[in-house]
Ligand binder design. Structure first.
Ligand code: KIV
Ligand code: ZN
Length: 499
């Protein structure tokens, strides 16, 4: 199996993502994780461009990591000197070679670019340092000139030549051909660095490997300038599973690495992103959930555990009874048929409103239905209304069914929850005299339409204490549900209704 080197640029090109900046401590944490993950090279930064970079770099170099620690420099002696002063043993140096960039970004002639290439590579090599050379904007460079620059870099001693698709304009077939054509000119190992402006960075990187590149530049979660770089996790899994290539990556750490980088960069991963997105191994429709529970490969390309993940049978409007049951059982929750029916109804109710029901939501609903909702209920809520506002006194009215008889009560309070609890107590006081001793509210998922879980403790005059839960999108309804559940439980515990 051919080995492909993974060159990670999360902390260099990835740090060029708008709004992303890593502290030296964060860089050390990311580098340590990348090293465990098994990348071959870590591009740690661009010391002459970023202040404070030298400290981060020194910490990384002293951390005893196995990976090659590399830094970026322009093909300029002053930049290279800054890198050398940090005692690096690997430098990635670049210069623009496309007509548009030579003229408008560098204001240099092709001859000057050629001369800088040779001088920089030689200067780096004369210091005994590994040198990777990049003709920037290679994919928009006239092939004749690109060939000339790459040959000159090789003769000057470059250890690797990296081909950047700087503005992401390549198509996979063109990338494969370009690398093949360059391979016919230089013997030096070739690498590809693809940007994602047309969403083709991963495809182009893989095509580069098919063409003969032995190294790929990647960034965790596809971070990078503009639309980003080829994503590490997608390139690696494509290489392993589709192209049957070998890398040093321990795929089981891909998800935790993605999580770490997302947390430290502040860039959220889109839910439907391949490999590391929250939905990458989530199944919603009944057909899919039934399929994967009996044979995972029916609707999965590979087992989620391979990349450090778990399958998620997402409960939503399309979710079947089977999938919800399997999802609950995976979390150690075993509902009876009666409970399951109620759980499925509630999940479908939320799904019909277009709400995604997460694992946490499902567990909360199940806990409420199973733990607190008795199959035989003494008190039942039949109607409820609450008002609140700035110039109105929060008021709630409830209608409860007790032993076949309907009772109505209304109360005011400091807010609608307080008013609702008081209205319930007004009715049940004659039966149970239950007091609320603890109240906790948790929003399970983000957003104002999140499922809220209310956890309460109630106590009666006889000293019986029970805890109860309610889980609804509406906080007031979740509170009412928790209170009714609490009273039911306490009455069941006493085994009788006081007359
Ligand atoms: O995209 C690019 O061309 C780069 C170079 C510095 C290699 O990031
Ligand atoms: Zn780049």
């Amino acid at each position: 199996m051919e080995y492909v080197r993974i060159f990670d640029t999360t902390m260099r090109d990835g740090e060029q993502t708008p709004g992303v900046s890593f502290t030296p401590e964060e860089k050390l944490e990311i580098a340590t994780q990348l090293d465990k993950l098994g990348v071959d090279a870590i591009e740690a930064g661009f010391p002459s461009a970023t202040r404070g970079e030298e400290k981060a770099l020194k910490d990384l170099l002293n951390a005893g990591l196995k990976a090659e620690i590399c830094v970026l420099t322009r093909a300029l002696k002053s930049d290279i000197d800054v890198a050398l002063s940090c005692d690096v043993s690997s430098i990635h140096t670049f210069i623009s070679t496309s007509k548009i960039q030579m003229k408008h970004a560098l204001n240099m002639t092709p001859e000057q670019v050629l001369e800088s290439t040779v001088n920089s590579v030689q200067y780096i090599k004369n210091h005994g340092v590994t040198c990777e050379f990049s003709p920037m904007d290679a994919t928009r460079t006239r092939f004749g000139f690109l060939r000339q620059v790459c040959k000159a870099a090789e003769e000057a001693g470059a250890d690797r030549i990296n081909v950047p698709d700087t503005v992401g304009i390549m198509a996979p077939q063109k990338m494969e051909k370009l690398i093949r054509d360059l391979k016919a000119v230089v013997k030096t190992d070739l690498s590809v660095h693809c940007h994602n402006d047309f969403g083709l960075a991963v495809a182009n990187s893989l095509a580069g490997v098919v063409g003969g590149a032995t190294q790929v530049h990647v960034a965790v979660n596809g971070l990078g300038e503009r639309a980003g770089n080829a994503s590490l996790e997608e390139v690696v899994m494509g290489l392993h599973m589709i192209y049957k290539k070998k890398t040093g990556i321990n795929a089981r750490l891909l998800y935790s690495t993605s999580k770490l980088v997302s947390r430290l960069s502040g860039v959220l991963v889109q839910p439907n992103k391949a490999i590391v997105g929250e939905n990458a191994f989530a199944h919603e429709s009944g057909i899919h959930t039934r399929g994967v529970t009996s044979k995972p490969l029916t609707f999965e390309p590979f087992r989620p555990e391979i990349v450090g993940r778990r399958r998620r049978l997402s409960a939503g409007k399309l979710a079947g009874r089977h999938g919800i049951k399997a999802e609950l059982e995976e979390s150690g929750i075993h509902p009876t048929d009666v409970h399951l029916k109620e759980i499925v109804n509630r999940v479908k109710e939320l799904g019909d409103k277009g709400k995604l029901v997460t694992d946490a939501d499902l567990s909360a609903i199940a806990r409420t239905v199973m733990g607190e909702v008795a199959e035989e209920r003494i008190i039942e809520l039949t109607d409820f209304a609450a008002t609140t506002g700035i110039r109105v006194i929060p008021t709630a009215s409830v209608k409860l069914l007790l032993g076949g008889k309907e009772y109505i009560a209304a109360e005011t309070g400091v807010g609608p929850v307080d008013a609702a609890i008081k209205a319930i107590q007004k009715i049940t006081d004659q039966l149970a005299d239950v007091r609320l001793t603890e109240y906790r509210l948790e929003a399970l998922t983000g957003g104002s339409d999140a499922v809220a879980e209310v956890i309460i403790k109630v106590e009666d005059k006889e000293g019986n204490v029970v805890s109860a839960r309610g889980a609804r999108e509406d906080i007031v309804m979740a509170s009412v549900e928790a209170m009714i559940n609490g009273i039911n439980r306490i009455l069941q515990k006493r085994g009788r209704i006081r007359k």
